[in-house]
Design a protein around this ligand. Structure first.
Ligand SMILES: [Zn+2]
Length: 289
């Protein structure tokens, strides 16, 4: 089915991120690994009256056969606040095509950063076109963000490289809607504030202007003030993983086998709700939906 030529104006990820970028707040883009987490994230968004992006690693397409993605999309459609469904770090072209063809993603991160630049750009442009033809928005990673986390392929052996202004223009030319710049941020464990090159992030933001939005990656361990500083420097899509799931895991560890399973699940969902709402407040998206 052909998508209308103005599909971008009604794409949920684009709408959510443009509003955040213009309003100088950040929108939590939270990784979910199971349905309790999906439920907790959506309830947090509704209670906080905040927009939300729920994202999945390609593992949700391959291991789950897309089931959790479909469930999240249905819940997002029923929600009373804007929620979009995103595929994070899709590094395999076959998985990207399968996701765009068969699953209800609003947006996909076409991550070809493990290829050398010319190859990366050519593949990104081709995959952006493929996604756009199906009404799916895209994100890409100019430069290379260091490290790995649960669900992201490790780029060990590949040198991290900070995003240059040349790369900003080259990636925007591929048609991506969102850029995930490398400015000293890293996946996995927090490397410390001194690692972050805010001058570069601000420069990247100035150069992008309103041609795309900025996605912040590698926020595990971030303190609140650092998050606010990244948002002030232009970050609109705030990828989070353990920041909103830590209390959930702690709860499981301490309570499994001690309370009925239904109670364990209900209390776990409550942990996700509370921790997510805290970060929605910090990112200033609460009340924006
Ligand atoms: Zn990432």
């Amino acid at each position: 089915m052909a998508v209308p030529h103005d599909w971008k104006s009604s794409n949920r990820t684009i709408q959510i991120l443009q509003a955040a970028s213009q309003g100088n707040y950040g929108v939590i883009a939270a990784i979910a690994y199971n349905l309790e987490q999906v439920l907790g994230l959506i309830r947090a968004a509704e209670e906080a009256r905040s927009p939300l992006i729920i994202q999945f690693f390609p593992w949700a397409v391959t291991f789950w056969d897309g089931l959790i993605v479909r469930a999240a999309a249905e819940a997002a459609a029923r929600a009373t606040v804007p929620i979009s469904i995103h595929l994070d770090h899709a590094q395999d072209e076959a998985v990207i095509m399968r996701a765009a063809d068969t699953l209800p993603f609003d947006s996909i991160m076409v991550d070809m950063s493990h290829y050398e630049k010319a190859d990366n750009l050519a593949r990104t442009a081709r995959l952006v076109r493929y996604c756009n033809e199906r009404g799916v928005a895209t994100e890409a990673e100019p430069g290379r963000i260091e490290g790995a986390e649960d669900g992201v392929v490790d780029t060990a052996g590949l040198e991290a490289s900070k995003t240059t202004s040349e790369e900003v223009d080259e990636f925007i030319a591929t048609g991506v809607d969102s850029l995930a710049p490398a400015f000293g941020n890293m996946h996995g464990e927090f490397g410390g504030t001194e690692q972050l090159d805010f001058e570069r992030l601000e420069q990247i933001q100035r150069q992008i202007g309103n041609r795309a939005t900025i996605a912040l990656h590698g926020t595990n361990g971030y303190p609140a003030d650092l998050m606010k500083r990244c948002i002030a420097a232009g970050a609109a899509k705030i990828n989070v993983n353990r920041l909103v799931l830590e209390d959930y895991y702690t709860h499981l560890q301490s309570q499994v086998g001690k309370v009925p399973h239904t109670t364990l699940i209900e209390q776990g969902v409550e942990k996700v709700i509370n921790q997510t709402k805290e970060w929605m407040d910090i990112c200033m998206s609460s009340g924006k939906a």
